[in-house]
Write a protein that binds this ligand. Structure first.
Ligand code: ADP
Length: 396
């Protein structure tokens, strides 16, 4: 019986799920938020109960120790040696990693080197790695990269049409993100389709952050995020694709500085920026339903940008067999799915089964037998992919 913990360490947060891997069951899960502040929050779910504690947690090391003490105190594990592996989510693996790897010194130095591409995330992942390594030194550690699934993109899809030297010398290219989710959802979709030899799948990961990926025969061939997660569709607070000349214009005409513009594009744009209401899809939907025109405009832009990528990927894949919806909006909003599919209906011959769309639960087909493209809802499970890779690589 091997227990594996899947860890997602952010700059001020740490999410975890502890799996019993023989049956792939989640034994406990939770999150530390506001690490480094006086009022950090520790939430842990176990046996159908949720404990939320507010207390000062100085750093990730203290958080990990508190987690492990809690596992013992609640008798979730009898001995910490039961935890055989720790799988770490890593946002940026650059061109070094096209799959998950056991973490050794070389891997640590590459994750560290790539911090210029993910300044908020990669250092936080290493902090999480060191915290677990110190607390449970006998457990193996594996890194699972958000970028790895997209390493199958060809240069014609990942090189930007700017002077080549910025790619060759400075590594400027498309890396993509949400790779673990796109891998999980597209693999599950192929399973649900009966594992055909050839498949053309578009995954729409629509959460606070969002991206679409074209998956041909199990391989990512293109994805909407770019050098960073700022590119692609409109998101909760990120703009997605805009003409870069807007940056210079705002600096010259409005007097913003570069940092302010980049912050605006990352934190004040998207659903929030257009609607002026909220970055949360539900709030924007409610405001639109109550007659708020800018909220309606925000939704309209959001849907347009999603279908624009679906159109591109339809062409890139040479057709499409299945479209999959996942993440917060994709999994939960029958309204968003219906609106997007309505906009695609005429061009792609999509027909949605309203009952399956509105009332169904979990992994499911939501298109009718007449639909020319199958449409699925597949809740993503990045933590499970992390735990599976950890088990496989550590031979547990
Ligand atoms: P993150 O990118 O932070 O992981 P999530 O995948 O949790 O984000 O997605 C968050 C988004 O999902 C928010 O915009 C939220 O409004 C939306 N969402 C969650 N539940 C629903 C729902 N029932 N209907 C519509 N949108 C929802």
């Amino acid at each position: 019986m091997s227990k594996i913990i899947s860890v997602n360490a952010g700059s001020s947060s740490l999410k975890f799920q502890l799996f019993e891997m023989d049956d792939e069951i989640v034994i406990t899960s939770g999150v530390f938020e506001r690490i480094g502040l006086e009022d950090s929050i520790f939430t842990i779910k176990y046996n159908g109960e949720k404990d939320v504690t507010t207390l000062p947690i100085e750093n990730h090391k203290v958080a990990v120790q508190l987690l492990l003490d809690t596992l013992i105190k609640k008798e979730i594990v009898k001995d910490l040696d039961e935890i055989k592996g720790v799988g770490h989510r890593v946002v940026q693996g650059g061109a070094y990693f096209d799959q998950s790897v056991i973490i050794d010194e070389d891997v640590v130095s590459k994750i560290d080197e790539l911090k210029s591409l993910a300044p908020l995330h990669n250092p936080a992942h290493l902090t999480g790695y060191y915290a677990f390594k110190e607390a449970i030194p006998n457990a193996g550690a594996v890194a699972v990269f958000d970028t790895a699934f997209h390493q199958t993109l060809e240069p014609k899809s990942y090189i930007y049409p700017i002077p080549y030297k910025y790619y060759a010398e400075n590594k400027v290219r498309k890396y993509g993100a949400h790779g673990t989710s796109h891998f999980y959802v597209s693999s599950r979709c192929r399973e649900m389709m009966g594992n055909p030899e050839h498949s053309r799948i578009i995954v729409a990961h629509l959460g606070a952050g969002g991206s679409l990926t074209a998956v041909k025969d199990g391989k990512s061939i293109n994805t909407s995020m770019g050098f960073t997660p700022l590119a692609g569709i409109m998101m909760g607070t990120r703009s997605g694709d805009v003409d870069p000349s807007v940056i210079d214009y705002l600096i010259e005409e409005v007097g913003l500085d570069m940092k302010e513009v980049i912050k605006m594009l990352n934190k004040e744009s998207g659903l929030l920026g257009v609607s002026g209401v909220s970055s949360d899809f539900r709030d924007v939907q409610e405001a639109a339903a109550n007659g708020n025109e800018r909220a309606q405009l925000a939704l309209d832009i959001f849907f347009r940008r999603v279908i624009a990528y679906i159109g591109r990927y339809f062409i890139a894949l040479g057709g499409v067999d299945a479209i999959c919806f996942t993440a917060g909006i994709g999994e939960n909003s029958f309204f968003a799915r219906k609106e997007i599919c309505n906009l695609l209906a005429e061009a792609l011959g999509i027909e949605i089964d309203d009952d399956a769309n509105v009332n169904g639960k979990g992994d499911r087909l939501i298109s009718t037998p007449n639909s020319k493209v199958k449409v699925y809802v597949i809740p993503t499970n990045e933590e499970l992919v992390i735990a599976r890779d950890t088990k496989r690589l550590l031979n547990l």
